[in-house]
Design a protein around this ligand. Structure first.
Ligand SMILES: *Cc1c(COP(=O)(O)O)cnc(C)c1O
Length: 432
């Protein structure tokens, strides 16, 4: 049995001075119970906590670490950059390099602006969409997460009400009403809404690969319907690729589905482990941003040279030949291994995978495309699964709604060891 005295002591101290002891709520282990583990170091696919326990990591800092922890080339670039000064508050050469690389790789990213988080990227893209169209309403989908900007912390209103209600105190209802929330995978509801208010809609925003509330893979036709209706009504289509960008393929979900959004948001992988976000899109739209245009958006540390050096090095690693093929075969080994355990144990569970993003639904379902397809009661099984994994040295997200990420530095031996541990974790979760 692992023990966690140092983590427990730190958590006690943390709770006295940081709300809930954490700087982001899901880290507090509330949905799985127990004491969050405080990590002290990461190397490759391994994490080591403050008590000296080690783990094979599939959280990957919630997605950014596609090349694992402390990748030597990223470290080298970061140290070299830091030695030259950590922030200038002026333009720097590295931001031009990374912007050129991305706009060269992604045809839909004609221009790009860097910010400091995914939340900031989405918040800014929404402002630009409103500024560009002169409209105020936003359509989002239940089951997608877009960071914690006010306009997007909104849930579906009850019954047939189309306007959103604030999902947290602190968001004014007057603002929440500007956000309309629909179910995923429902063309009819979407087209009906667009028919009535389409000319007031500034943007339709979606995670093209919804990966924050399980992994609710969408039909391409649904995404195409959004594209067509936006084009028709003059609303902008925003793909939030903060997770899927550079993850499901070099070209993100946009490349996989071959559907072109007007704006796209990035985060996570784009910073190589540093706090970076970005939004990008059509040149005419991006040209409304100050100082070219009138839509204000700024950042003291945006385009920070150290963060840009990390991001640039990360993206260069991704463009090396065979990167995604290798990642795919590693993820397939894990995904297929989990699927065969589930089959052999004959348990009610549904493994879902897109590239190196994996999620298991701990129940029975013949369709998992909408938030309402997920039965909350299945999370009891996840809790047992999670704790067995943790105790045995496999670190997965402390919430059953979160996905697993495979990195390019997980070795076959790590994956096989993981599968052995997961087999017993499934048995524990299902009382077998
Ligand atoms: C993580 C995430 C965000 C928010 O990014 P932060 O860097 O946490 O602010 C926004 N959208 C999606 C799709 C995300 O996965």
């Amino acid at each position: 049995m692992k023990s966690y005295p140092q983590s427990a002591a730190l958590f006690d101290r943390a709770r006295a001075v940081i709300p809930g002891g954490v700087n982001s709520p899901v880290r507090a282990f509330k949905s799985v119970g127990g004491t969050p583990v405080f990590m002290k170091s990461g190397s490759g696919c391994y994490l080591t906590d403050v008590d000296g326990n080690t783990y094979i990591d599939y959280c990957g800092s919630w997605g950014p670490l596609i090349s694992g922890h402390a990748h030597p080339e990223i470290l080298k670039a970061v140290m070299a950059s830091a030695q030259n000064g950590t922030s200038f508050g002026t333009p720097n050469p590295c931001e031009v390099e990374i912007a050129s690389l991305i706009t060269g790789l992604l045809p839909h990213a004609e221009m790009i602006r860097f910010v400091n988080s995914g939340t900031e990227a989405v918040m800014s893209a929404i402002r630009v969409a409103r500024g560009f169209t002169g409209r105020t309403k936003i359509i989002k989908f239940d089951g997608c997460y877009h960071g914690h900007a006010d306009s997007l912390l909104v849930n579906a209103g009850s019954g047939l009400a189309t306007f959103g209600i604030a999902s947290t105190p602190g968001v004014p209802e007057s603002l929440a009403r500007e956000t309309l929330v629909l179910p995923l995978d429902d063309e009819d509801r979407f087209l009906d809404l667009m028919k009535s208010v389409g000319d007031q809609v500034a943007a339709v925003i979606i995670e093209p690969v919804p990966a924050n509330n399980g992994l609710l893979l969408q039909r391409r036709e649904f995404l195409q319907t959004l594209r067509d209706a936006c084009t028709q009504s003059g609303a902008l289509l925003i793909f939030d690729e903060v997770i899927s960008g550079f993850r499901v393929a070099l070209g993100g979900a946009t490349g996989v589905y071959d559907i072109r959004p007007d704006l796209v948001t990035f985060g996570k992988i784009i910073g190589g482990g540093f706090p970076v976000g970005a939004y990008a899109g059509r040149r005419d739209i991006m040209s409304v941003i100050a100082p070219v245009g009138k839509v204000y958006q700024a950042g003291t540390l945006s385009g920070n040279p150290v963060a840009m050096a990390a991001g640039l090095t990360q993206l260069r690693l991704l463009t090396e030949p065979g990167f995604y093929d290798r990642l795919e075969s590693l993820a397939a080994r894990l995904g297929e291994g989990m699927a065969s355990i589930i089959r052999n144990l004959n348990i009610e569970a549904v493994p879902i995978r897109m590239g190196s993003v994996l999620w298991t639904y701990f129940g029975a379902a013949d369709r998992l495309r909408r938030a309402t397809d997920i039965d909350h009661a299945t999370m009891d099984r996840y809790r047992l699964f999670f704790h067995h994994c943790l105790e045995n040295g496999v670190y997965i997200a402390p919430s059953g709604y979160e996905v697993m990420f495979v990195s390019s530095v997980h070795q076959s031996t790590d994956l096989d060891r993981t599968l052995t541990i997961m087999e017993s974790a499934f048995k524990v979760a299902y009382g077998k």
